[in-house]
Design a protein around this ligand. Sequence first.
Ligand SMILES: [Zn+2]
Length: 201
Amino acid sequence: MRTTVSSERNRDLPASYPFEPTSTIKSLFKESGTMSKLINCPGCGASVPDLPGLPHKYIGATMGCWEIYTQILAKEYGEFRYPEHTHRMTVDTYAVQHPGQPGRQSIQSVNGHLLSLHFLIDRGMTGKEATAAFSRVLRNADSLTWLTPPVPNGTLTVLDVVIAPTLDEHTKLVESWANNVWEAWSPHHATIRKLADQFMR
Ligand SMILES: [Zn+2]
């Protein structure tokens, strides 16, 4: 029987990614009970296990989605030995895809992580350089505004990324995910580039 994980994955990924879901994600879905207990994450839209609790103060994710995200982070810190550039992309993409509700912290988070994606994707910076650059911009920006999230907020999600069995494949999937979400935010690219230009000359 096809699981929701693989059907979600196959919907958006090219046939060159014939991966099966990892055992961890399969067990997460099993623990959550039947497939009827899946819900759509309000951030990324992924169909995820309906787990109790709220994972974060201002990141707008469900616990089921957050659990899958933490599995991705665990792989990056563990078996993949901290691929800096890819890890930066993972954190930025997840935050941008889960903007939450308008508020001081969420506005700072979305602007900061969009700036970081801009530095990584458009300016070819390393993870370290992007972190330093967006931190500098945020420190010096007079005011940041709430950027209305796109609908949909990208079409690839953590479900498409957590399946990667090797670092090489993980890197490709994270890049696809990051580019997919960055493109979804194209109505705000000019705002982000302008913000970056003010402090990056
Ligand atoms: Zn989500």
